[in-house]
Design a protein around this ligand. Structure first.
Ligand code: ADP
Ligand code: MG
Length: 235
């Protein structure tokens, strides 16, 4: 169970830009195992919401995972897997070592590491790339590697920020179903950000519509569709 209470995030004023209130008292809760899709236009605060939950950017409010407030815990101790829009891979490591990284950090046994890395890589269609370096891969392949690295981690919460943006339109649907299958297999709770309403309807157990740092709607896709709050033609 995830509970977000009165979460606010502010980017301070700089010489060239005014202060931005990117999240304004956002509150919602999510049952364990739910796949939540956060949808909203560019600049609405989707990435800021994920940054606040990971703790890589300071915020105010409470973030409870199974009744434990993690908002004061160091980002690396939050047990969250985050696939950011930039999906920074380690450039000097092979693809295998990139994906294995979270397992090695946990000191998992070698056989388990090999098994996990190959299972996830095969599912994502990148198992033939294990000995390459990130710079030798296309953008779409790199994005799959970032997904694989997140999936081997088995955290209490998965966060995805527009994870298919660099995957070609032809294979996006397949990649989308793969993510959902992998997450469902793990019975993991996830928050998945997109600006694509079709994707939100296809993937979400629940959809949260965000606009200008505030929640505009929250519910099951069918519920929001029948209320006319969302429609499958929105982009
Ligand atoms: P989204 O992911 O929905 O496109 P963001 O969370 O990135 O939206 O941005 C929300 C608002 O915060 C926007 O007005 C954006 O310009 C601003 N913003 C995002 N990141 C920063 C930053 N690092 N510094 C200052 N303002 C930012
Ligand atoms: Mg964003």
């Amino acid at each position: 169970m995830i509970e977000i209470k009165d979460l606010s995030l502010k980017y301070p004023k700089t010489r060239h830009n005014p202060e931005v209130l990117a999240l304004k008292n956002v509150s919602f809760s999510l049952e364990e195992g739910t796949f939540l899709v956060v949808v909203g236009p560019s600049g609405s605060g989707k990435t800021s919401l994920l940054r606040a939950i990971t703790g890589i950017y300071p915020s105010h409010g409470k973030i409870l995972i199974n009744n434990k407030d993690i908002s004061k815990i160091h980002p690396s101790d939050r047990n969250i897997s985050y696939v950011s829009q930039e999906y920074a891979l380690y450039p000097h490591l092979t693809i295998f070592d990139n994906i294995a990284f979270p397992l090695k950090a946990k000191r998992a046994p070698k056989e388990e590491i090999i098994k996990e890395v190959y299972e996830v890589s095969e599912a994502l269609g990148i198992s033939h790339l294990m000995n390459r370096k990130p710079s030798e891969l296309s953008g779409g392949q790199q994005q799959r590697v970032a997904l694989a690295r997140a999936l081997v981690k088995k955290p209490s919460l998965y966060l995805f920020d527009e994870p298919l943006s660099n995957i070609s339109v032809d294979s996006r649907e397949e990649a989308r179903n793969l993510i959902k299958d992998e997450i469902k297999k793990r019975k993991a709770t996830s928050i998945y950000v997109t600006h694509d309403m079709k994707e939100a309807i296809q993937l979400g157990d629940k959809i949260l519509v965000i606009s200008d740092g505030e929640i505009k709607a929250y519910g099951e896709p069918n519920e929001l569709l029948s209320l006319g709050i969302i429609n499958s033609f929105d982009r």
